[in-house]
Design a protein around this ligand. Structure first.
Ligand code: 5GP
Ligand code: ZN
Length: 113
């Protein structure tokens, strides 16, 4: 999608600090980190948000979650723990309409619920 910031980051048209990449998934440092380790993980296929996950495209979600243990180890939080966050829509504060998951680690924060 030409007008999507994260599609541009995946394509290398907008610079980012890459943490991990394979043929299905791209992970990069958040520009405004909310935790000592804050990585944004995106499927390379454009899905706007969780509302658009279907039986046809849900493999992209599995691809992200298969990458998470590798990324957690890469940034050194696999043993200490981390949180995975997805924001969908306005009330959740989603600002970029390309499905993404935040990996937040490095802070002892306890549970959010
Ligand atoms: P959302 O608020 O949609 O859940 O998450 C979008 C995230 O993308 C935010 O945490 C924001 O800081 C991050 N972000 C926005 N623009 C850029 C950018 O140009 N580069 C990087 N690395 N992160 C960005
Ligand atoms: Zn996109």
């Amino acid at each position: 999608m030409t007008d999507c910031l994260f599609c541009k980051i995946i394509a290398g048209e907008v610079p980012s600090t890459k943490v991990y990449e394979n043929d299905k998934v791209y992970a990069f440092r958040d520009i405004a980190p909310q935790a000592p380790e804050h990585v944004v993980i995106v499927p390379k296929t454009h899905i706007a948000c969780a509302n658009e996950i279907t039986a046809e495209n849900s493999r992209a979600v599995a691809d992200v979650f298969e990458a998470i243990p590798i990324i957690a180890k890469e940034v050194g939080v696999d043993k200490t723990g981390y949180r995975i966050v997805n924001n969908c829509g306005a009330d959740a504060g989603q600002t970029v309409l390309h499905l993404h998951f935040h990996l937040l680690g490095g802070t002892v924060g306890g549970k959010m619920y």
